[in-house]
Design a protein around this ligand. Sequence first.
Ligand code: C2O
Ligand code: CU
Length: 516
Amino acid sequence: MPGTNPSDARSRGPERAETTGLSRRRLLQLGAAGVVVAGAGAGIAGIGLAEDPSRIGPRSALAVAAERARTKSGAVVRRTLRAAPGTADLGGRYASTWLFDGALPGAEVRANVGDHVRIRFENHLPARSTIHWHGLALRNDMDGVPGLTQKSVAPGGTFDYAFTAPHPGTYWFHPHVGVQLDTGLYGALIIEDPTEKAAYDDELVLILDDWTDGVGQTPQEIFGRLGREGMGDMGGMGSMRGMPTAARPLGADGGDVNYPMHLINGRAPTAPTTVKSRPDRRIRLRVVNAGSDTAYRFAIGGHRLTVTHADGFPVEPVEVDTLILGMGERYDVVITAGDGVFPVVAVPESKKDVAALAVLRTASGLAPLTGVRPDELQGRLLRYADLTADDSVRLPAGRPDRELDLDLTMARGGRRWLINGRTYENHEPLDVSPGERVRIRLRNKSMMFHPMHLHGHTFAVGGGTGGGVRKDTVNVPPMGSQMIELRADNPGQWLVHCHNAYHGELGMMTVLSYVR
Ligand code: C2O
Ligand code: CU
């Protein structure tokens, strides 16, 4: 079996400590059969926090009840996702990396809302791994966080993920171990609403990604360097790292890593994905930032973007020229195709790297050149404040029952990133009780932006009263803050972390912990 020989194993990051009180065999039985441990209020014994009886574990009665209460369609979607080392064709350039089913991006998973999604994960990697279903308010024991919601899957092992698809929208999946996110292991997860009245003719998923594996340093090498040297002489920006401005809302420091390439749907700008359509077709683009250390400014030459969804949830449509996606964020936009050949660009925000490119073609003509910068990039830029949640998904007005502060800081020159002064290893859980309305203030006290992601929930940015846009990932600008509010309606143990893969792994993670 290729790649399972430990001698060629390229480790993708330290496995976080996992203790287990149950034998591995027993855990696999639980995972495979989907058996609920009757009356075992503490959930899976031995998985981190779930051991503490005051905490509501991933398989506790309350977590199970939340899953039971979800509306079911009765249909079942079955898939196997096989993670293995492989070679990605980036467009004439080949990268040895890790892939789902040999493809980059991994083949999309698509289901209708309410479907029972059953995915067998086969781990043929030379490292332990899991799959996380980014953005879904799913059952806690299927969330894919090692040491918190499950034990990670050993090389050669399998895990059966099974959950009800809770809300329609654009989601994605990726591993949640080490910095495996920065390999080719990702794919789109699209949940459709069969009753939705489609205001578009065609649909297209665009996945943006910063790429180094197999063409530059491996993610593990980068992680090792950042952990040893911090940001050191990276980019030589030192004290010039700047505050956000209107033109640069995420500040002047785009990240810790300079990537040799940026990709759209797995292709380098020298051999871009070309989308053929016809003039006047309305195309729904589902744009996903699967990058590990890069925010993208997205635009299409000659087109305005009508934003219809943010992180899967509908908004009152807004027309803009360009928008920024932090790592983990998604936007759905509708365009009306023009007549000609148009560049679809994703420019790394506050980085000097060459932009990612795809091509929209509705007529003959020359393809756009690598590095093209359409004027739309300088046009109206989407802000969170421009977005209002659609009435159907508004967080109702109300007073918070609990307020939590999360201070985001850098430590040791970027060798560690902290939440409330602690790394994940020493984190203090953020306790909430089921049913509470929770307000969280994310306060960035560092000079880098952090795309903060909460598992298992969709929050209202700026609170509910103003109809704040519903999201699961929100950029917190350097020295700035964001207020988010949510209803604690999905009992369990949920990771909260920076979606910069390196920041998260260098400590910037904690847990929203439901307690009794
Ligand atoms: Cu994209 Cu913790 O997740
Ligand atoms: Cu961060």
